[in-house]
Write a protein that binds this ligand. Structure first.
Ligand code: HEC
Ligand code: HEC
Ligand code: HEC
Ligand code: HEC
Ligand code: HEC
Length: 452
């Protein structure tokens, strides 16, 4: 029988124990995770980061302990290396066991590193580990069109170099959370975001966009009937490649043959006094706002326009105003249109100032119920389930858009699509960006949409 060669010094012995404990717990958890038993994001930190660290720490202790031990017994004598003799059966066994364990250890460490990385790239990790900090982005993300796209698909994208960059900046962010030095709200734009052409275009292909898209905007009134007012816009989506057909419409800006650069002079990219267009023939035209100085421009941020200069909220669509959020819930049916004054009352309830989300949830429920109980007792009697449905919808509107502890509320993050609530397209399309040859970036309504 092979006698297990346990180290004969306490440090190495602790190392063996830690390594074994780390490995066994890690393997148990890995199997549990594989069978779908992993739910709490904090468990992920424990198992994929802390246990592997204990494992590796234990491994390191074993040779360190051995070395200290040998130094101690050899004190006073010249330092000699241990003599390994494979004719000695004990040496053979030790070598055999060390080799076997090393193979197993390398496998465990690789598995741990792989699952650790996979875990750190998961939506759960990005969205819910630093819960409070990421809550606004995570809640809006879950309500948006990209709820099933991973954070890393937009924020990191494919390839090794952005992976490394993201891990470096991620380490900085962990410290910012630990020492509470991050902004509230988290600042936008993300200045080091990967160029959108390398991420969005993994799934979207603007060269293939074409034609118009009809959109109906619904706005509801503050009257008892919540009267709807509809605007139908035929958006000139456009797109295409110059090789096959003339590129026109909205996606002309990011077609392969167009290059637009701009300089913004504020930190939110909302003030854009200088725009340069390089067209498909290589002609260059600069559009400049009157009165802007070279010194202003030199201080600004110079950027090439890409998807996120218009679509800056694809992953995190917050409502621009409480009214817009309520109108969307009425249009989708989440808020029952049949309740008199539901538009007015919901807007008032979600616009209230509350110290935190928990208080808000209770206060919104009380406000709505009280209104119908005291002002519309008939409705309250007959349509109680609708009132309760409205309470749930109003609470959801609040908790998706307002985060008091992060100083995020309606309109905190500007949305660059459109021009009603934020400057958006009109940052450039305002008829006052002029070129030397007398062209302007047009505000003509029909450039972008036909209003029906
Ligand atoms: C569809 C692509 C997409 C997905 C998926 C996505 N994001 Fe974003 N995210 C963006 C874009 C685009 C911006 C804003 C870029 C800009 O304006 O510079 C952004 C901004 C942010 C910001 C900065 C603050 C802000 O709101 O502008 C944070 C934090 C963030 N995302 C976290 C996350 C987390 C966490 C997830 C996953 C739960 C995620 N993102 C998923 C595209 C995405
Ligand atoms: C992993 C694939 C993937 C990536 C990456 C991705 N998208 Fe999407 N996107 C989708 C899918 C799928 C839909 C359709 C969702 C639906 O309609 O339910 C969509 C929908 C959209 C829409 C229309 C829906 C809406 O109202 O928001 C826009 C605009 C959009 N994406 C822009 C972007 C931009 C900008 C980026 C890069 C920052 C991006 N997407 C990255 C898969 C992706
Ligand atoms: C000049 C601003 C602008 C740029 C740049 C831009 N888009 Fe758009 N995009 C729009 C507008 C405006 C719409 C229509 C929005 C609406 O539905 O009201 C749109 C619509 C879309 C849609 C939905 C299309 C549909 O038929 O429903 C997708 C997907 C999309 N864009 C992806 C992209 C991607 C990917 C890029 C970068 C390669 C990009 N866009 C660049 C302004 C822009
Ligand atoms: C950074 C500046 C900038 C922003 C922001 C911008 N545009 Fe433009 N856009 C331009 C320039 C420059 C032109 C070309 C002007 C010319 O014809 O001389 C243009 C042209 C257009 C055209 C005509 C394209 C064609 O030839 O068929 C459309 C449509 C358009 N823009 C839509 C939009 C929409 C919609 C938005 C907002 C979502 C937007 N733009 C935001 C700079 C901008
Ligand atoms: C440079 C492009 C551009 C020009 C010029 C433009 N629009 Fe728009 N407009 C948009 C886009 C993009 C949206 C869609 C916003 C969205 O998806 O929420 C929009 C939305 C709208 C809406 C519905 C908005 C809402 O939130 O209810 C109205 C109304 C509107 N435009 C009117 C006009 C009028 C009137 C003009 C002319 C003075 C005009 N627009 C010029 C790009 C443009």
């Amino acid at each position: 029988m092979i006698k297990l060669p346990l180290p004969r010094n306490p440090v190495s012995l602790v190392g063996v124990l830690l390594t074994t404990l780390g490995a066994v717990l890690f393997l148990i958890f890995f199997l549990a995770d594989a069978f779908g038993l992993h739910t709490n994001p904090y468990m992920g930190i424990v198992f994929f980061i802390i246990l592997p660290s204990i494992f590796v720490f234990g491994l390191l202790l074993i040779p360190i302990g051995g070395w200290l031990h040998r130094r101690r017994i050899a004190a006073g004598q010249p330092d000699v290396w241990p003599r390994i003799d494979f004719n000695n059966p004990r040496h053979r066994n030790v070598a055999f066991v060390i080799f076997g364990l090393t193979v197993i250890n390398v496998m465990i460490v690789s598995l741990a590193a792989y699952s650790g990385v996979e875990f750190m790239d998961s939506t759960t990790f990005c969205g819910s580990v630093c819960h409070e900090v990421m809550q606004p982005e995570f809640e809006s993300f879950k309500a948006g069109a990209h709820a099933r796209v991973g954070c890393v698909q937009c924020h990191i994208g494919p390839g090794a170099s952005w992976f490394v960059k993201s891990k470096l900046s991620g380490t900085r962010q962990v410290f910012a959370v630990l020492f509470n030095t991050h902004g509230r709200p988290i600042p936008s734009p993300v200045t080091n975001l990967r160029p959108a052409r390398e991420t969005c275009e993994q799934c979207h292909w603007p060269e293939k966009f074409h034609g118009d898209k009809v959109r109906v905007f619904r706005e509801y009134g503050d009257d008892a009937k919540n009267t709807v007012n509809e605007t139908t816009l035929q958006m000139h989506i456009g797109g295409g490649t110059s090789a096959t057909r003339e590129v026109t419409g909205i996606h002309w800006h990011t077609s392969a043959s167009t290059k637009i650069e701009y300089i913004s002079t504020d930190d939110k990219r909302q003030v854009i006094p200088w725009v340069r267009l390089t067209d498909r023939y290589g002609n260059v035209r600069d559009y400049v706002v009157d009165g802007v100085t070279q010194a202003d421009l030199a201080k600004g941020e110079h950027r090439s326009m890409d998807c996120v200069d218009c679509h800056n909220r694809p992953g995190h669509p917050f409502a621009a105003t409480a009214e817009k959020a309520v109108d969307a819930a009425l249009a989708s049916g989440d808020l029952p249109l049949s309740l008199p004054f539901i538009r007015r009352e919901t807007v008032a309830a979600v616009k209230g100032t509350y110290p935190n989300q928990l208080t808000a949830t209770d206060a919104i429920a009380v406000k709505l119920r009280e209104f119908y109980r005291t002002q519309q007792p008939q409705v309250y009697m007959t349509s109680r389930p609708d009132v309760e449905r409205a309470v749930v919808a109003a609470q959801a509107i609040y908790s998706r858009n307002v985060f008091p502890s992060m100083n995020v509320t309606f309109g905190t993050y500007p949305n660059n699509i459109g021009h009603m609530d934020f400057p958006g397209c009109f940052r450039c399309h305002d008829d006052s960006h002029k070129s030397k040859d007398g062209r302007v970036i047009s505000q003509n309504c029909d450039t972008c949409h036909a209003i029906q």
